[in-house]
Design a protein around this ligand. Sequence first.
Ligand SMILES: Nc1ncnc2c1ncn2[C@@H]1O[C@H](COP(=O)(O)OP(=O)(O)OP(=O)(O)O)[C@@H](O)[C@H]1O
Length: 319
Amino acid sequence: MDEPIVYIQDLCKKYNAKKEEFALESLNLSINRGTLFGLIGPDGAGKSTTLRILATIISPTSGKASVNGFDVQTEVEKVRGQIGYMPQNFSLYQDLSVIENLNFFAEIQRMPLDQRHERIERMLAFTHLGQFQHRRARNLSGGMKKKLALACALVHNPRVLILDEPSTGVDPVSRRELWEILASVVEDGVTVIVSTPYMDEAERCHKAAILYHGQVIANGSTSDLRLSLPFDILEVKAKPRKAARQLISTLDGIYDWRPVGDAFRITVEKSLTDKVLAELQKELDAQALDTRLLRQTTPSMEDVFVYQAGISRGNHESL
Ligand SMILES: Nc1ncnc2c1ncn2[C@@H]1O[C@H](COP(=O)(O)OP(=O)(O)OP(=O)(O)O)[C@@H](O)[C@H]1O
């Protein structure tokens, strides 16, 4: 659905009035209903600040934000009725069991009694926590705790689910499960806004905004963001690695390169792709390196971030 449910207009936040520093600087965003929306950016970019304002935990210094038509500053209770919020340090009641925690959150969200049982059963099934329903929260694994926190934030059936770095500190299997749960939450019609410092997680979102120093530096569908990159990406794997690194670092016509796993990822201006590929092949052969991989590949959200952050820093001058 292409109808915005969250509007953010010229949002600014300064934590310390005496200092120049803005945590958010004229942030503009709109998020459509039924979207899995990623707020992506490194530590300190302003993700939590944005989410806390949307969740009515803190007020902006200036600007406006609304959720489902309700203003986060003047209609706090109405906004709270629309959202489920899971902060980074979500606190479960450690001495309560899984089901007791769910009942507790249903109670404080004033969920009608006749709907609770069915909803809690659904949350347990959803998060695969049914078999652990009588286990105390303190005895759950880190991944299970996150899933329970997610279920608690969702138990009252909010229209918008706001999650601040839900996968931080979670093992890869639980992380995957968490994202699968988020995808099915969205299929149920809920709008999910999730922050993450991990660019690979951005790939799982329908739309994403990249935040950098309190500003949106890129915003759109993840596929459009990748397509908008004015560069091609090449991947090279060759041994010995040291020689391959030396070769790449002295190659003409490349914008940027970085090691990723056992490969090198090279950013090349589109018009130079064929030339650089041919040159690379020639040099790899000439130096008799053991080439395992040399190909053009699809840009990732990390490539988008590296490029956009570079522009933000004014590095595009050095192209
Ligand atoms: N309570 C606070 N008091 C003062 N400054 C703060 C406060 N909270 C955040 N900041 C500052 O605001 C900026 C944005 O922080 P924020 O927590 O929103 O970023 P983030 O992208 O969520 O990063 P992280 O993942 O590290 O939480 C940072 O410079 C941070 O130091």
